[in-house]
Structure formats: structure tokens, C-alpha cells
Design a protein around this ligand. Structure first.
Ligand SMILES: Nc1ncnc2c1ncn2[C@@H]1O[C@H](COP(=O)(O)OP(=O)(O)OP(=O)(O)O)[C@@H](O)[C@H]1O
Length: 264
């Protein structure tokens, strides 16, 4: 309890975000704080050299002191470099100065599925959900071919820009050879999304699909039922989701998941 309090105090004192207007590395002018995640603070910045807007990520000062913090920040840049896919932001720069450790990457200017569903009240039917899943599977397949597991495929990390999907936030991504220990007290869904396995990304995608499908669900009674009872989707789509969600024998590859979706 006390430790949690001290950690919070430390974060407030040392992890204050840099102010908009500040020039970093004599090149990047901060325009906006986008978010404060567990490891990094994310900004929008104007790159004075290329005259484009970029995303600037700074490792929290409190995390820069820990081995795991440094490791995860370095890994994010390593993985962004390795991924090299048109539907993933490119790593543009990495540097260290008196303000800390930074990376910059392409800004994907679009809407996250969290915005589309909850802010814009957009709803998705089975056909649309299937098309979105198939597009995402193609991107994820290219990660898995490089032995990269994303481990955080959630609605805030998938962006739609001009009708094309993009995957962001490689803060938890790992190479298959990385050794990661999970906290057994974590939420059960987290425990399914975070083992360093292909199945974890497919589980996350099944979970993502439920968010999409629930956007067009209109509850008729207050009684809570299972997603299989509540969602009016085809039997074969349900079966594919059950495999992704590991309620039945999990799919062991993107190819297996794609083949099941294509048979719907
Ligand atoms: N390349 C990018 N293009 C567009 N928006 C981005 C990009 N990277 C991050 N964002 C946005 O910046 C915000 C912060 O993102 P980031 O993934 O760095 O941390 P987080 O989601 O707050 O925390 P955590 O890393 O703990 O998941 C989010 O709203 C995300 O949508």
C-alpha cells in the first residue's frame, strides 16, 4: 500500500510530461501530449527538418532507472525496425539527451476502433467484422513470420485511416525467443493475451471481434447472457471465434484462422 503510494508520488514528481512548445534535439517541437502509458509518455511533435508531424515517445524517467524499463523501451524500437510493414508506423529516429531516451515514429492520423465504437457510435455487422479480421490477419501474419508477437491487439491500438487498418503500440511486443514472466494475479484476459505465443495474438483478435460485434447489439432484456446467446451471428463465425478465444481447440496459426473465416 505504502509502496504503491510512493511509486505514485515518484511518478508525479519525476514523470511529468514535457510541455507543448518545447523543442527537443533542436528538431522536434512538441505540440500535444497524446498519453502517459506504463513505460512511456507519448507526444505529437512537429519535425522541423521534414516539416511533418511525428509521434515522439519518451521513456518515463522512473522506468529509465530499471532494467526492465530500459529493456522494454529498446525492444519497442527494435521490433518497430524489424516489422517494417506499410500498415505499421515506421521507426524514424532514436536518441538520448538530458531529457531522457526518445524514439520517433510515423503518425497514423486516423481513428482508433475505441473512438469509432464509443465516441462515434459506429456499429459493425458480421460481414464487416469478418472483413476487418481478415485484413488484420494479413498484417499479423507478417509479424509472426518474423517471430514477433504483438501481445496488445486491442481496440485503442488499431487505427483506421482512409479505409485502411494500421496496428500501433508495440510496447508489449516480444520476439518468440524472449523470456517473459506473467503475473498470475493479472486479469484472466491479460493472461491469455500476454504469453509469447501465436495463440495469444489470435485470442486478442477474437476479443477485438467481440467489441466490434457488440457495437450492433441491442439488449432486449436486463438478463445477462453469454456472447453466444446475445450475438446474432452465423454458426460458423461463432465456431471460429470459439477457436480464437480458446474455448475450443485454439488455432495455432494465422493461416488456420483465415481459412476458418473464409469458410463462413
Ligand atoms: N504512431 C501513432 N500514430 C497515431 N497515434 C498514436 C501512435 N502511437 C501512439 N498513438 C496514440 O498515442 C496515445 C498513447 O499511446 P501509447 O501506445 O504510447 O501509450 P498508451 O496506450 O497510453 O499506454 P501503454 O503503452 O501502456 O499501452 C494513444 O492514444 C495512441 O492511440
Amino acid at each position: 500500500m505504502i509502496t504503491e503510494f510512493l511509486k505514485g508520488l515518484q511518478r508525479t514528481l519525476f514523470d511529468r510530461p514535457l510541455k507543448p512548445g518545447l523543442l527537443i534535439q533542436e528538431r522536434y517541437r512538441i505540440t500535444e501530449v497524446l498519453g502517459m502509458g506504463s513505460y512511456g509518455i507519448t507526444y505529437l511533435a512537429l519535425d522541423n527538418l521534414t516539416k511533418t508531424t511525428v509521434v515522439l515517445k519518451q521513456l518515463r524517467k522512473t522506468k529509465a532507472k530499471t532494467k526492465s524499463g530500459l529493456r522494454s523501451f529498446q525492444r519497442e524500437s527494435e521490433i518497430l525496425k524489424a516489422v517494417n510493414h506499410p500498415q505499421v508506423p515506421k521507426l524514424l529516429d532514436e536518441f538520448q539527451n538530458n531529457k531522457g531516451l526518445f524514439i520517433t515514429m510515423e503518425w497514423v492520423q486516423g481513428e482508433t476502433f475505441e473512438d469509432l465504437i464509443f465516441r462515434d457510435q459506429h456499429s459493425y455487422n458480421e460481414k464487416e467484422t469478418k472483413a476487418i479480421l481478415l485484413e488484420l490477419l494479413n498484417i499479423i501474419e507478417s509479424f509472426h513470420e518474423k517471430d514477433i508477437i504483438h501481445r496488445d491487439l486491442r481496440i485503442p491500438n488499431i487505427i483506421q485511416r482512409n479505409g485502411t487498418l494500421h496496428i500501433i503500440d508495440f510496447g508489449l511486443a516480444c520476439f518468440l525467443s524472449d523470456e517473459e514472466t506473467l503475473d498470475p494475479d493479472d486479469h484472466p484476459e491479460k493472461l491469455r493475451m500476454q504469453p509469447v505465443t501465436v495463440e495469444s495474438d489470435l485470442f486478442a483478435l477474437g476479443h477485438f471481434a467481440l467489441f466490434l460485434l457488440y457495437s450492433s447489439y441491442d439488449p432486449q432484456s436486463k438478463k445477462e447472457k453469454s456472447w453466444e446467446e446475445e450475438l446474432t451471428i452465423s454458426h460458423s463465425f461463432k465456431a471460429a471465434l470459439r477457436n480464437m478465444l480458446q474455448l475450443d481447440e485454439p488455432f495455432h496459426s494465422v493461416a488456420e484462422a483465415r481459412s476458418a473465416l473464409n469458410q463462413i
